[in-house]
Design a protein around this ligand. Structure first.
Ligand code: PGA
Ligand code: ZN
Length: 436
């Protein structure tokens, strides 16, 4: 089995133009794996911390030279000689070398890039597609990768951003993501065709109402200054009808409220409504959306620390919609266990860089599968041109993926890889069914 001979990091840029860490792992057989860390803007407080050169003036303190240096001085000597296929041992060493629960010493950014670079090198070294290697690794950790018996691979149903608000679009709206789910699609190719039709018709509709619809937000969707969250939802519903489809049947809606980011002093601050809602009122408000609109999935409808609210909300709408914890659960095993124990949420967003390493990501995935939670693999708002997320979704059979809109290269790298793998797999792959 090929051993690691060289580990090298460098500073590159992400889709927001911010510095990020790229790691390269070279093996004795010449295989060289490489990966870049993505970065979030609306981060949960429990996620793995990034290591950035806070004190340095360059890149406004966001540079990653320290991470590059620690890779050279700390990671490289500890990983040299290790078999690249032994991902669990590699990830164990990464965690041990970091030695902090929040990954502050080496940084979650350095760790995820290193962990993924090893998986890439593994795939190259044994001439296998990345999704096969991810599947092997996920199984080694005990994940159940094929949820059904009809096909070898389950392709993820995409949840696609149409309009952005919150931290991804200058806070013109409180809700961060207004998304669509192409429920009646029979393949990924068909799903994207449906998404294209809605995206196009939404652009026309926004323009006709005098809103900006040429520029794109962080995740590639529109970022119009509509009056409020309801208008954003209604525009999308109208765009679906104008594209010749039926909202609630062909296409359903999803929201990522990312409520932690407008929760202040125990209240949800809706500037667009000129109102501050305490938790109970916020629960009613979110329930109102679910009652009125064909919404089948809601992410972070309450703040990450509002656990009592989450408990109540799960009791109120948890049997009707997918309630996803993102900032709430932060792809963190302890937080997930706590949530499961208290009956909080019923689904989890999986972001590998929130966990820190691939093995930790698989451990969370396994735990969520055992608890019967739904899983949604997700990109970050500051992402990269890499496509490993698509391979990871297909390998693990999670059934859902959230990448952003169908514009911007860093989003397309993943959508196009999904299309590519769907084509390669042919009848061996099947698109996941909608869940509600
Ligand atoms: P982030 O946003 O990458 O900025 O955290 C994505 C999300 O909240 O789902
Ligand atoms: Zn989110």
């Amino acid at each position: 089995m090929p051993r690691i001979v060289e580990v090298k990091a460098r500073e590159v840029l992400d889709s927001r133009g911010h510095p990020t860490v790229e790691v390269e792992i070279l093996c004795e057989d010449g295989a060289c794996g490489r990966a870049i860390a993505p970065a979030g803007a609306s981060r949960g407080s429990a996620e793995a911390q990034e290591l950035r050169d806070e004190q340095a003036p360059r890149y406004c303190g966001r540079g990653v030279r320290q991470a590059v240096q620690r890779t050279q001085e700390v990671l490289k000597p500890a990983l040299q000689g290790l078999e690249v296929t032994d991902q669990q041992e590699l990830d164990r060493r990464l965690q041990e070398l970091d030695g902090t629960p929040a990954k502050r010493y080496l940084g979650g950014n350095t760790l995820i890039a290193t962990s993924l670079a090893a998986a890439h090198a593994h795939a190259l070294s044994c001439h296998k597609p990345l999704y096969e290697v991810f599947r092997l690794l996920a199984r080694q950790v005990g994940c159940r990768c094929i949820p059904d018996r009809d096909s070898d691979y389950l392709l993820p149903l995409p949840m696609v951003n149409m309009i952005s608000g919150g931290l991804h679009a200058g806070r013109q709206l409180e809700v961060q993501d207004f998304l669509i789910i192409p429920c009646t699609a029979r393949s990924l190719a068909e799903a994207l065709e449906m998404v294209f039709a809605v995206h196009r018709s939404l652009g026309e509709l926004l323009r006709s109402r005098g809103y900006e619809a040429n520029l794109v937000a962080d995740e590639g969707g529109y970022g119009p200054k509509v009056r409020n969250n309801e208008e954003a939802i209604e525009c999308i519903l109208q765009a679906i009808e104008q594209a010749g489809m039926q909202a609630g049947r062909d296409i359903s809606l999803a929201l990522d409220v990312a409520a932690s980011h407008f929760y202040q002093r125990g209240q949800y601050e809706f500037k667009t409504l000129n109102k501050h809602l305490p938790t109970e009122a916020m629960i009613d408000y979110v329930k109102g959306w679910v009652d009125r609109y064909p919404i089948i999935s809601v992410e972070d409808p309450l703040a990450e620390h509002d656990w009592t609210g989450w408990e109540l909300l799960t009791q109120v709408i948890g049997n009707r919609v997918q309630l996803i914890g993102d900032d709430l659960l932060a792809t963190n095993l302890c937080r997930l266990r706590w949530a499961v124990g208290r009956g909080i949420a019923n689904s989890i967003l999986i972001k590998p860089n929130q966990a820190g390493t691939l093995t930790e990501t698989f451990l969370v995935l396994r735990e969520a599968q055992r608890a019967g939670y739904r899983l949604i693999l997700s990109a970050r708002s500051g992402d990269t041109e890499e496509s490993w997320l698509a391979d990871l979704a297909i390998a693990t059979g999670v059934g859902q993926i959230k990448i952003g809109c169908i514009t911007r290269g860093e989003r397309l790298a993943k959508y196009n890889q999904l299309l590519r793998i769907e084509d390669w797999l042919g009848k061996r792959g099947r698109l996941a069914q909608p869940f509600a």
